[in-house]
Design a binder for this molecule. Sequence first.
Ligand SMILES: [Zn+2]
Ligand SMILES: [Zn+2]
Length: 260
Amino acid sequence: MIVDSHCHFHLLERPESADAALQEAKAAGVGYFLNVAVGVEEHARLTAFSERHKEVFTSIGVHPCGTGEDPSPEQLAALADHPGVVAIGETGLDYGAGSELDYGWQQARFRRHIEAARQAGLPIIVHSRLAPADTLSILQEEHAEEVGGVIHCFVEDAETARGFLDLGFYLSISGIVTFANAKALRQTVSELPLDRLLVETDCPYLAPVPHRGQENRPGWVLEVIECIAELQQLPAAQIAEKTAENFFACFPRAARGALG
Ligand SMILES: [Zn+2]
Ligand SMILES: [Zn+2]
């Protein structure tokens, strides 16, 4: 079994091609998907897609760079009350707009999402870009080990990985691991514990080698699995099986939906 633990079907350039991308990925052997929310405005569309495709789970949350509605923890938890919604997020910190900026509002929003996860009894999907230290300290301060979840698109060093793993979080590896300039990340991934790894595409972003520059598709999660297999010197089938098993351990509501 293969699971794409983080993709955005609804953000494909032509959203009407979401069904085609899904069929293509299923034909390639990908069995389950987590279609991640970046804003609350898209909630009805995401849950409708999950209702139509039982193998597609979804989440509720506002991306750290999101500029739309900013819901309270209570509102997020209420929206999470749907069998297809298996997580809160993506939430977290993105310091990509410049180090001179005040990111206090992002930090407050991140903390509200952790509170929502606690209320909803669901894990969180964490986006952390150029902010490893602050991400880790907010997770620690808010006792995020009580809700659990995943650091999606993990690109940090081994020491930062250890901090997240110590909190019980999973690390999700994206197509970045295949990029020519990702030598340090490949070294780190070669040493990460397989029982805490997930794989993702972050489709439509971050298409893996050899598809770089194109719109990413969930079917290309296979390239990520192949790359990890090479780094960990294990069969690709074993990486696929284990990361799928980890996915369902990380997101128990998905396990109930998929595995009964
Ligand atoms: Zn993200
Ligand atoms: Zn994403």
